[in-house]
Write a protein that binds this ligand. Structure first.
Ligand SMILES: NC(=O)c1ccc[n+]([C@@H]2O[C@H](COP(=O)([O-])OP(=O)(O)OC[C@H]3O[C@@H](n4cnc5c(N)ncnc54)[C@H](O)[C@@H]3O)[C@@H](O)[C@H]2O)c1
Length: 358
């Protein structure tokens, strides 16, 4: 069986999800890891029995035996590392978001074109089993044309701090961190329509709520309650050329009574809720029907979805199949997210059909 030699750059929280999935794929040899924090890289290598350990990603990329890399670093280095990896002849799985700015996204796209290598954007939710099932229903026309979607992920207390709260390294707060997942998912299920305008708002009213006591939430390793330069919450209305629209609201901090996730798409013949479990609503013989697909994982199964994402990437590295998450989709999402931030800043709708692009 052919082996794909993999290097992983950025040995933080999400790297485990990648490494476990690679380790369970018989066509993979985990060849090297790299982190700015060399002790973290060393511990990761030891945990997974990986021979190569680097503190500088350029040294990892210089190893001709490595064919492909996972990029799991802070968002501000995704563009630079992706471009260098592609130029070094590696295939790339880049964690979401693809990068911070539209210029960076276009430069990555150019590097993909010039290198002829694969770049898969880490849109893990597209690979979830329940999404694969829903996509079959949509592609068969069971929902009809989708004209409305809702992407909502509300955390009432969930600013992880650290680099997530540092706009320079992250590119923004909940919109670019968690919004990217659900906006992309809706856009993908809607058939990737062309966006023509966005109108967004972003708020910094509550900060990171580090004053709250007696309530546990995830905090990044370098959490510092005094540092936070990202929005608490953002919302947006995205309009598409085909008349469809997508409503978004996402938060790290909000006076909500509970955390919630609502991801839904609505078509002329049926609608689907994706969180907390895939459920479809339609009509038959003038009667409303609720359909509950019976799935082992009716909601988002984190471990299984990463396994599917990584298996997909490995197949692409072996020249098999089509890229489900190509660079163009990463570029489009960065264009949308940046336009939402710009709309919020300028307090007006931003047109995306030409003259006003960021
Ligand atoms: N797909 C998902 O569901 C998901 C979930 C969490 C995070 N992410 C994404 O994964 C990326 C990493 O997030 P995380 O939560 O693992 O962060 P983290 O802070 O836990 O880990 C990031 C690691 O990257 C290292 N690093 C940063 N810049 C580097 C560089 N230039 N070279 C080498 N190492 C570098 C840091 O030292 C750190 O160890 C982010 O882009 C994030 O958006 C995706």
């Amino acid at each position: 069986m052919e082996n794909v030699h993999i290097g992983l750059i950025g040995c933080g929280s999400i790297s485990d999800a990648h490494l476990q999935a690679y380790a369970s794929n018989p066509q993979v040899k985990l060849a090297a890891v790299c982190d700015l924090n060399s002790e973290r890289a060393r511990q990761t290598a030891e945990k997974y029995g990986i021979p190569g350990v680097y503190g500088d990603y350029r040294e990892l990329l210089a190893d001709p035996a490595i064919q492909a890399v996972s990029i799991c670093t802070w968002n501000n280095s995704h563009a630079e590392i992706s471009i260098e990896a592609l130029r070094a002849g590696k295939h790339v799985l880049c964690e979401k978001p693809l990068c911070k700015t539209v210029d960076e996204a276009l430069a990555i796209q150019q590097a993909v074109k010039e290198s002829g290598r694969v770049l898969q954007v880490g849109y893990v939710r597209r690979h979830a089993a329940n999404i694969e099932v829903l996509k079959r229903f949509i592609d068969a026309g069971d929902l009809g044309g989708i004209y409305y979607a809702r992407a909502s992920l509300i955390r009432r207390l969930g600013n992880p701090g650290g680099w997530f709260a540092d706009a320079e390294r992250s590119g923004g707060g909940p919109l670019i961190d968690i919004g990217v997942h659900v906006i992309d998912l809706c856009w993908y299920l809607m058939g990737k329509p062309k966006a023509v305008s966005v109108s967004g708002s972003a708020y910094r009213k509550l900060g990171n709520r580090s004053n709250v006591e007696n309530y546990a939430y995830y905090q990044a390793a370098d959490f510092d309650p005094s540092v936070n330069t990202v929005e608490d919450m953002a919302n947006a209305l995205i309009r598409f050329e085909n008349g469809a629209s997508l409503m978004v609201d996402v938060s790290f901090s909000l006076h909500a009574r509970k955390d919630s996730a609502q991801i839904s798409v609505f078509g002329e013949r049926g609608g689907a809720e994706i969180e907390p479990a895939l459920a479809i609503a339609t009509e038959r013989h003038n009667t409303i029907i609720n359909i509950d697909p019976q799935l082992t994982a009716p909601g988002f199964d984190f471990v299984d979805s990463f396994k599917r994402e990584i298996d997909h990437f490995v197949r692409l590295c072996l020249g098999e199949g089509d890229n489900l998450c190509p660079v163009e989709d990463g570029v489009e999402m960065i264009r949308l997210l940046n336009a939402i931030y710009r709309s919020a800043e300028e307090g007006r709708e931003i047109r995306l059909d030409g003259e006003e692009e960021a």
